[in-house]
Design a protein around this ligand. Sequence first.
Ligand SMILES: Cc1ncc(C[n+]2csc(CCOP(=O)(O)OP(=O)(O)O)c2C)c(N)n1
Ligand SMILES: [Mg+2]
Length: 355
Amino acid sequence: MCLHIVISELTNNILQSEMETLKLTNIAENHLLGLSPEILLKWFDEMLLIRRFEEKCAQLYGMGKIGGFCHLYNGQEAIATGSTGAITPDDYVITAYRDHGLAISKGLDPRRILAELLGKSTGTTKGKGGSMHLFSREHNFLGGHAIVGGHIPLAAGAAFAIKYRGEKRVCLCFMGDGATNIGEFHEALNLAALWKLPVIYVIENNKYGMATAVERASAVDALHLKAAAYNMRNQVVEDGHNVLKVYQAVKAAVDHARKTYEPSLLEVQTFRYRGHSMSDPIHGPYRTKEEVEAQKKLDPITVLMNILSEANLASEEYFESAEERIKAIIDECVTYTENSPEPPLEELYTDVYAE
Ligand SMILES: Cc1ncc(C[n+]2csc(CCOP(=O)(O)OP(=O)(O)O)c2C)c(N)n1
Ligand SMILES: [Mg+2]
């Protein structure tokens, strides 16, 4: 059974009993943007799943079970959950190599994601892509791309196809701050604006590229303003650690794109807790331990916990039970992956060229 169904079933069961005991009083409608308690609790579970999944990856990487490059998403969870919360399964998502969180949010089975990371045949691309190249046509998840900026024109292409076919879908394209300095970013934004393509570009501004602060690499450090050169709708989300703020901005851009086919560029400010990739130090010479610790005080999961507690939507017991449920899912991912076979040698020759 798909783990997402398992999560939502478990969440629903717990919710029913939680709801009976918790009073839903004094909740300002606009504070929670009219989102149902079910959705907010599902988002909490999803963000916790992403965090614990990444922690497990770090552990397995340290044990030598995951090889190659591996970029973790710890600290950025509110972006994946808030953004995918604003679209439907029909819409496309495309991103760079820091892709585990978005893949989970887009509904890919976390067991198959972990299997992919360990190069197993049950992985999302039969173990051939690894961490940076998660992909699922079935889920409209178009990758997972390792070349910085390389996927930004692909998103314009997907959005062109949507418009050409007269569909009402959108394409959400995520990128890092560093990617906005790449030529493809500018070429793609120009065409997306010129041809009015339903693509929403989301910059995950975590303040650094590999080890380079935004202001050392970009002449403009208010990155959303780069859209102005192409007369493109743009917005900055300063509290990108708050899933509701992310959702609100992405939803407005998505609604606009569905109505007008017009693109948007959003800059969502965030922070990564780990090193750039698993082979890099967490602090390094380019940022201090104090900076990392200060940013962790805005932790997206804690922020959502506080929102849920203040609105009387969840108690300490709920959060503890969520930890247990997520731990069971992570354990299942590991068991599934360990029991999965390596791909046979013949797999070297399949899926190389399109038929
Ligand atoms: C075209 C290209 N140049 C350089 C690299 C090496 N590289 C990998 S990640 C990275 C930094 C990108 O930073 P950012 O876009 O901010 O994304 P983040 O890692 O912060 O999510 C670089 C320079 C690459 N993969 N592709
Ligand atoms: Mg960055």
